[in-house]
Write a protein that binds this ligand. Structure first.
Ligand SMILES: [Zn+2]
Length: 314
């Protein structure tokens, strides 16, 4: 039911580059657990366009070096799929001069909560380095198109789902989707910043696109089946929350009594506590994405883990 402590000397594989379509690269950081996210790079004729950065200064420098090696070109645009620091802490390596493009609430979140400090009590064993806050410079509400030469990238706002400000980057000519954290592949979906009800709708929206290849926000590059696993997990949360809410069971207590069953293999299972809190908020009739007391939720997640800090290998 709970995560094991991190054994000393535990390491994760080096980030891996995968050419998912001609001139389009996924930067995959396994095992996809806390702060090990994916990013993307689209090589144009005269400049590169990126989708997301990574979460620590050291990893941002490595991503920057990888982009230079893959393209040898300046980066003209950087798309942030949402505001979370694992996807945006490294913005400073590229902007200026790159334009940073995001959904409008992403900028609001990043301006209100600038950056992640070198040390965070949430992840006491991780050195985040020095990542100067670099919020988006170009924002939109619903949809935006970005071109890399003739290649069209559709940015579609699908939040609140994982957060209030999720976008997906859809490249119709290649049937390729950069989903941000609307898809976790092999990790526990995390809705505490967003909405369970909204997430179901986001999955409907992206399902209708007909992607053949998905670069998820966390975990290995996948196909459309990964959407079904996220949907099944959210259904499990939704059903459990309805029962627990009705019975007046606090989310942590409910989480402790739940068998994860087919979801037991997903990493970072403690997110269930935050997910149930979000579901309860919606059952109380609060708006999607309404602010919740995050520090309390994170400390309950640590409690769920038997007092162990969240397992962060970034
Ligand atoms: Zn995220």
């Amino acid at each position: 039911m709970s995560s094991q402590p991190i054994p000393p000397g535990t390491t994760v594989p080096a980030p891996e580059v995968q050419e998912v379509s001609d001139g389009i690269f996924a930067y995959v950081q396994l095992d996809g657990s806390w702060f090990l996210n994916n990013a993307g790079c689209i090589r144009g004729a005269r400049s590169a366009t990126l989708i997301d950065t990574v979460g620590t200064e050291a990893r941002a420098r490595a991503w920057h070096a990888t982009v230079a090696k893959l393209t040898g070109l300046p980066v003209s645009a950087l798309i942030n799929t949402h505001h979370h620091a694992d996807h945006t802490n490294g913005n400073f390596m590229f902007s200026p001069p790159a334009a940073v493009i995001a959904q409008e609430r992403c900028r609001e979140e990043m301006v209100a909560n600038p950056g992640f400090p070198r040390r965070s009590p949430l992840f006491p064993n991780t050195d985040f380095g020095d990542c100067p806050p670099t919020p988006p410079t170009v924002t939109f509400a619903e949809r935006m198109e970005v071109f890399v030469d003739d290649l069209r990238i559709e940015l579609i706002s699908v939040g609140p789902a994982h957060t209030t400000n999720d976008l997906v980057a859809w490249i119709p000519d290649r049937k390729l989707l950069f989903s941000g954290d609307v898809i976790f592949n092999g990790g526990t979906p995390f809705a505490v910043f967003g909405s369970i009800a909204g997430w179901f709708e986001a999955l409907d929206t992206i399902q209708a696109l007909g992607a053949e290849t998905i670069v998820p926000g966390h975990g290995a590059v996948c196909g459309p089946a990964a959407m079904e696993e996220v949907r099944a997990y959210l259904r499990f949360i939704d059903a459990a929350a309805r029962r627990g809410f009705e019975a007046g069971t606090p989310p942590l207590e409910l989480a402790r009594g739940l068998e994860l069953g087919p979801f037991a293999h997903l990493c970072d299972p403690e997110r269930i506590v935050g997910n149930l809190h979000r579901a309860y908020s919606e059952l109380r009739g609060e708006p999607r994405g309404a602010a919740l007391p995050l520090m309390e939720m994170f400390s309950e997640m640590v409690e769920y883990n038997g007092g162990q800090p969240l397992r962060c290998l970034a």
